[in-house]
Design a protein around this ligand. Structure first.
Ligand SMILES: [Zn+2]
Length: 203
């Protein structure tokens, strides 16, 4: 089902698209900006749900700023945002809040996950590949600082032609979190600079 929605005081508009038969049966959502479905190779952002950051503006992570940057960019350049219901890197909201308590005791985000008997990352990008295939999309330009995300999509049969970096939204509140993503999850982020490193991203 597709429904048009205005975003952010009518600055942006997108089509919200729902799906049947996704592999994990969760309610993942696609936002289609402009005529992205008519482009040969659309620009795509995979954003994993973060209730605390996306909705309430929690400063513990950079999810909110990344989501707003993505919608602005995708609106301007035309593309798709796949909003994946994989809160807390897939461990769920309550477990993420438990992990926050451990982080406040000195652990980083990945150590806290393991202390709760979770792996570093439980997200499954097969649903994203399914959503793209439902649109008939087999090749994309991917907006991400995480090369592993492109690799997972490739493994699911989606060709990633180019990987484009997102901006860096570092603050004193989220610096430790971002540093852990660089150190432990191979994110390509220049935390000391103002933009993500351009490694591997042809213009
Ligand atoms: Zn977040």
């Amino acid at each position: 089902m597709t429904i048009p929605v205005h975003l952010d005081t009518d600055t942006f508009s997108a089509e919200f698209v729902s799906f049947h038969g996704l592999v994990d049966s969760r309610e993942h959502l696609a936002l289609v900006f402009g005529n992205a479905l008519e482009q040969g190779v659309p620009l795509v952002r995979l954003h994993s749900e973060c209730l605390t950051g996306d909705v309430f503006g929690s400063a513990r992570c950079d999810c909110g700023p990344q989501l707003r940057e993505s919608t602005k960019l995708l609106s301007a350049r035309v593309g798709l945002l796949l909003y994946l219901r994989q809160e807390g890197r897939g461990i769920g909201l309550y477990n993420k809040i438990d992990a926050y308590r451990l982080q406040d005791a000195g652990m980083d985000t990945f150590q806290a996950n393991r202390a709760l008997n979770f792996d570093d990352d439980h997200r499954d990008y097969r649903v994203a590949a399914q959503m793209l295939c439902a649109f008939g999309i087999r090749e994309i330009d991917l907006l991400t600082n995480k090369p592993a995300k492109a690799a997972q999509l490739t493994a699911c049969g989606i060709t990633v032609r180019r990987r484009l970096p997102t901006g860096v939204h570092v603050t004193e509140a989220n610096r430790r979190y971002l540093q852990a993503k660089v150190d432990r999850a191979s994110h390509i982020i220049d935390i000391t600079g103002t933009r993500a490193a351009q490694t591997g991203v042809p213009e």
